[in-house]
Design a protein. Structure first.
Lengths: 282, 289
């Protein structure tokens, strides 16, 4: 009897601690801020991926919706610039820091992603799979404004869409540009070989843009995207060279940390390291 | 004098009669009665006045393929209501013509309408010469393929290439092995809308593409006419090829458009003055030269 009570008590304590840990680690009041980028186009930067907010006379089009707990903050930030309701959310890819708000938005907005992004969401048992998908290119026309989403090929995942605001000469790259060095999600169909081709694809697409909203980090220019692309090529060539020299994996990891800033325990290592050997090891 | 008067009176009566017939057929106040048929589990089709509408019922809402003319909106709602209480959530458009997209304006406030990018452009540019005013384009478009997932069910829309227009989508219900062709199959002989980007040369290739797409279907809902089978779609494709070959040989013999028209009437049932004569003959003279 006493033992049972003790077990119950310990369990209760454990659960409480667990809840508290989960609570403190889940972002509760995310440090998001909204910035005006161009006429009717805003960016919400902070927690999770960058959210683009395109305001039209018939509603708002969002690009990505961060984590699930960011939902009320996204709503508040949008409300601070317009009274229009959010009608569409275009997902750049399946990761939870870009699609986490989907489940909350689905009852009132149309969410659209690439077919592979949806398949990855389903496979990962993530909440809020989009109801509408496309394979190559889609566009949303709202209040006389247009947003295009196109899949240019693999890179960060196998279902990345880049987003174009033709009237504003602006693109949102999703995580095809994010931070300083690529996270190649091999489990999600990513490829370091195709990544540069995919970025060449958007450069040669005829999309006329000067401004680039990356998946994470501050708003950049077209020239910065090209520099990012070239850095990926450099990384790929460096790792290919090391693999051909027969260098042990530990040495390759050290080079990635020293020369490309990969955190030894970060997601780049977890998701992008082993796959490099498979993809470049031929 | 008396004879002139008689002729004038006769002409007047003829004109009045003509106007009356035109009026009764076009008022829009009494659109022809529609009929709803069950195709397979949860899939119905609505025939009459304009293109065939497919009705796919899920427990999160209804997906329609096409929405006929504007005047058919209320009857479509009524027919859907006779088989489910679910609201219409999505409409996938097969192409831009007003007998398939005419209901868009009335459905847009409550349903998401999806079409090919070219179908939207053709509506915006008012390409269809005989379309009534006010046809509205879809808000969401795609270039190659799109799909809608609702209530655990899926409908796919794919652009396989030009044919009837430059923006025809064919629709696939994977769980029911059923295809909606739009007007890529309609009636017995093709209407090639050259002003809308159609092509008799591409038409057979486009139908070959759906045959070889991996889409597994046995049942075909055509754009107009009764529900049919895959074998009949193949027959239809072969008839398009036969028509193209025949027309090409007539044109290459140096025959005129009038002479080509006579051959089309005699051998393929094209009626003089019909849309096939208006939209297809001139374009064929150019494309098959």
């Amino acid at each position: 009897m006493r033992k049972t009570l003790l077990v119950r008590f310990s369990t209760a304590v454990l659960v409480s601690v667990g809840v508290w840990v989960a609570y403190t680690q889940t972002p509760q009041s995310p440090p998001n801020k909204i910035e005006k980028l161009k006429d009717d186009l805003y960016v919400i930067i902070g927690n999770g991926g960058n959210v683009a907010v395109y305001v039209t006379g018939e509603g708002v089009i969002l690009i990505d919706d961060k984590f699930e707990p960011d939902f009320p903050d996204i709503m508040a930030k949008v409300k601070s610039v317009t009274n229009q309701p959010i009608k569409y959310v275009l997902n750049t890819h399946h990761h939870g820091d870009h699609t986490g708000g989907n489940a909350k938005f689905l009852p009132s907005a149309e969410i659209i992603s690439h077919a592979n992004a949806r398949a990855n969401i389903i496979q990962g048992k993530q909440p809020g799979p989009p109801r509408v998908v496309f394979s190559q290119e889609t566009a949303v026309f709202l209040g006389s404004k247009e947003v295009r989403a196109r899949h240019f090929g693999r890179g960060h995942t196998n279902g990345d869409a880049m987003i174009y605001f033709p009237a504003l000469r602006t693109i949102h790259t999703g995580d095809l540009m994010a931070g300083t060095s690529p996270l190649i999600d091999y489990g999600g169909g990513g490829s370091v070989v195709d990544w540069t081709k995919t970025l060449d694809g958007v450069m040669n697409s005829g999309w006329d843009f000067d401004t680039v909203i990356p998946g994470h980090g501050p708003v950049a220019k077209k020239a910065d995207l090209l520099a990012y692309r070239n850095n990926i090529e450099k990384l790929r060539n460096r790792v290919s060279g090391l693999i051909r020299e027969g260098k042990p994996k530990d040495d390759v990891a050290k080079v990635l940390t020293a020369e490309f800033g990969w955190d030894p325990k970060g997601l780049q290592m977890q998701r992008g390291f082993e796959g490099l050997f498979t993809e470049l090891g031929r | 004098m008396s004879r002139t008067f008689a002729i004038r009176l006769f002409a007047g009566i003829l004109l009045l009669t003509g106007s009356w017939i035109a009026y009764t057929q076009n008022t829009g106040k009494q659109p022809p009665q529609l009929t709803l048929n069950k195709v397979k589990d949860d899939l119905y089709e609505i025939e009459g006045d304009g293109g065939n509408v497919a009705v796919y019922i899920t427990n999160e809402g209804v997906i329609l393929i096409d929405d006929k003319f504007d005047q058919d909106h209320d009857q479509i709602l009524e027919k859907v209501k006779s088989v489910t209480n679910q609201p219409i959530k999505y409409i996938l458009s097969t192409h831009y013509h007003a007998d398939h997209s005419g209901g868009n304006a009335k459905f847009l406030p409550t349903a998401e309408i999806i079409s090919t990018a070219n179908a939207r452009t053709n509506i915006e540019k008012h390409i269809q010469s005989n379309a009534p005013p006010g046809v509205m384009p879809a808000k969401v478009v795609f270039t190659t393929e799109s799909a809608v997932f609702l209530g655990g069910k899926e409908v796919r829309a794919r652009y396989f290439g030009r044919g009837h227009t430059n923006g025809d989508a064919m629709m696939y219900f994977p769980a029911l092995r059923t295809l909606h062709t739009g007007d890529m199959m309609a009636g017995t002989s093709p209407l090639i809308d050259y002003p809308g980007g159609g092509s008799v040369v591409e038409w057979t290739k486009t139908l070959d593409a759906v045959m070889n797409s991996g889409w597994d279907f046995d049942t075909v809902i055509p754009g107009h006419g009764p529900v049919t089978t895959k074998a009949n779609l193949m027959t239809y494709r072969n008839n398009v090829e036969k028509l193209r070959t025949r027309a090409a040989s007539v044109i290459r013999e140096g025959k005129s458009m009038d002479e080509l028209g006579k051959v089309m009437t005699a051998e393929f049932g094209w009626m003089p003055g019909s849309l096939q004569f208006q939209w297809s003959l001139p374009g064929m003279m150019t494309e098959l030269k």
